[in-house]
Design a protein around this ligand. Sequence first.
Ligand code: PXP
Length: 241
Amino acid sequence: MLLGVNIDHIATIREARGTNYPSVVKAALDAEKAGADSITLHLREDRRHMQDQDLYELKPLLTTKMNLELAPTDEMIEIALDVQPQDVCLVPERREERTTEGGLDLIKNYNLLKDACDRLMAGGIRVSLFIAPDIEQIEKAIMMNVPVVEIHTGHYANFKDRSSKLKELNNIKNAVDFAYKAGLVVNAGHGLHYDNVKEIVEIKNIKELNIGHSIVAEALFIGWEKAIKNMKKIITMNTIK
Ligand code: PXP
């Protein structure tokens, strides 16, 4: 199982003061050195962390791959087609949310999302859809002909009581299984940290986990590269072949 490191919150610290530090380029390159398999970033409509210029600076320097998270709007699709990241993960976005709170609704927004996927794929970009662990959503992703889905682990991460957590873990397992058997590449992420990631790593057939907030938080105390190496170690040690 691979680790995609989300560097949005390096930019959050920079934007909090409008400075030019900490450098998102250094964060990305050091993450790659520490073992990140891809670099994930989210260009939000309100530009609260990543800025357009960050994408253009980072793209030619990355030696792994850029996974760009975007809302399916015309503006974002045009930027993606111009920047040409290897991967785009389409996510829902609401201005007032603190972070991406749920998955895309592929049933309700089928035509809009299908059109967004078609435009990005025609531009040579590998498209992923960020969805809840729900079989009906996966069926729609298959109909859209996307190669990748990312399963939302945020509810699993947020549940406090063990029985709700286990129920959601089971939903994730079933969703991964269904999507994998249908031939999709299956990624997962959101809300994962050093304590809860193990149960997700133990699920077979997840290709990559995208993790950001907990790694940035841990880096405050032990350093950026060490925080990434430690996460990578947990993933490597617990992956079931
Ligand atoms: N995957 C997706 C699609 C996301 O939107 C995010 C948050 O930007 C993540 C993974 C990473 O979540 P976290 O920062 O909670 O690790």
